[in-house]
Design a protein around this ligand. Structure first.
Ligand code: MLT
Length: 261
């Protein structure tokens, strides 16, 4: 599967994987700012944005292999790989399957634990409704209100409107496929302890989808991690507080570039 990807800038490659049910459009502020120092690649994961859904069974491993194929196609051997929420689950799958291609890891507003049985069952119900409705209404009702934090809701209506637009443009079939893939993802906490490269864990202090405990569990399990807490941000730190997010990622990735040259 050839993913559609936006690819801007030069320098150490930095791959950023988007949240559910968004697309590479969410990384606008990162492409604009971080491309001054890095080669920023922001693929649309399968089914979203400009990438086709294909026929594979739902799995975060399939999504991770798509990213590896993208690096092959671009002639990139190793990259800093990061993801936000669902993008983080795919990043963890990428580490399990393609660790030799990772220079460093960014895990934003995500978690390494698998779904509880109840959470997985909920996802499967959502997937069925997405397929039955052929609209993303269920996501607009249940997920959108939790995607950004209360400060963004109160003070930055334009950001909320932008996120709403991104959710509305998600294809229902891709969203259903991704829900099934996330429901089936394995626990990755043990894997973290074996990862040899440095990691940055980012967490929005007003995130209602993943918790600070999730973020700390990852930072503690990783042998070499730093944790950045982002104030006045909910789940979508990169969209809600792009400047703080970009500063943290730029500092982290620049230090990696220096040690690997
Ligand atoms: C996301 O933001 O990618 C999703 O909310 C993640 C999830 O459903 O676990």
């Amino acid at each position: 599967m050839q993913l559609y990807s936006r690819d801007v800038g030069d320098g150490t490659p930095l791959v950023l994987l988007h949240a559910f049910p968004l697309s590479s459009a969410m990384w606008l502020a990162q492409r604009e700012s971080l491309s001054a120092r890095f080669r920023v690649l922001t693929p649309d994961l399968r089914g979203f944005g400009g990438s086709p859904l294909g026929t594979a069974e739902p799995s975060v491993d399939v999504m991770a292999d798509d990213v590896a194929a993208l690096l092959d196609a671009k002639g990139i051997d190793r990259a800093v790989v990061g993801g936000l929420s669902m993008g983080g689950y795919v990043t963890l799958a990428f580490c399990r399957r393609h660790a030799d291609r990772v220079l460093g890891l960014v895990l934003a507003d995500t978690k390494a634990t698998a779904d509880t049985e109840a959470a997985a069952a909920d996802r499967l119900r959502t997937a069925e409704r997405l397929e039955a409705d052929k609209t993303v209404d269920v996501l607009l009702e249940d997920l959108l209100p939790r995607l950004v934090g209360p400060t963004t809701m109160r003070q930055r209506a334009l950001i909320y409107g932008r996120v709403r637009g991104l959710v509305q443009s998600a294809p229902p079939a891709a969203a259903a496929w991704a829900q099934r893939a996330m429901a089936a993802r394995p626990d990755a906490l043990e894997l973290l302890g074996e990862l040899p490269f440095p990691a940055l864990v980012v967490h929005g202090e007003e995130d209602e989808i993943t918790t600070e405990e999730d973020a700390r569990a990852m930072a503690d399990a990783l042998p070499n991690a730093e944790l950045t807490l982002v104030p006045r941000s909910g789940h979508l730190t990169a969209v809600e507080q792009p400047q703080l997010f970009n500063e943290a990622v730029a500092e982290f990735a620049a230090a990696l570039g220096r040690t690997t040259r």
